[in-house]
Design a binder for this molecule. Structure first.
Ligand SMILES: [Zn+2]
Length: 115
């Protein structure tokens, strides 16, 4: 996913310039300071986090969407909307669930000392 504050240029990670290097908050590796994000995490730590966040956000989305789906199927909602028309609110629930899940899971994992 694009991160607008990513800095793609700058010194190479193993450049021997004292001023350009910084320590990653999570793994403790020394990398170019400009590649750290605002939490001082390096690129590989962010990539690892993003993988976990992607899995977690769909778990959250499913946890919101599946009870909604069951309610639609067993709750006699056909009198409110035809069953096929519930696809749109379901899609919205999935989308919002995954967006909310992304924020929640990311902040949760960021707060873990050894995540
Ligand atoms: Zn790191």
């Amino acid at each position: 996913m694009p991160r607008t504050f990513d800095v793609t240029s700058g010194p190479a990670p193993d450049a021997d310039e004292e001023a350009g290097t910084a320590i990653c908050e999570r793994c403790g590796r020394e990398v170019a300071g400009s590649t750290l994000d605002r939490w001082n995490w390096c690129k590989s730590c962010r990539a690892m986090l993003d993988r976990k966040v992607r899995t977690g956000q769909y778990v959250v989305a499913a946890a919101i969407t599946l009870p909604f789906l069951i309610w639609i199927l067993v709750g006699g909602t056909g009198s409110v909307l035809p069953t096929y028309a519930w696809a749109l609110p379901l899609l919205a629930a999935w989308y919002l669930g995954s967006r909310i899940g992304r924020v929640v899971v990311r902040n949760y994992l960021r707060a873990q000392p050894g995540a």
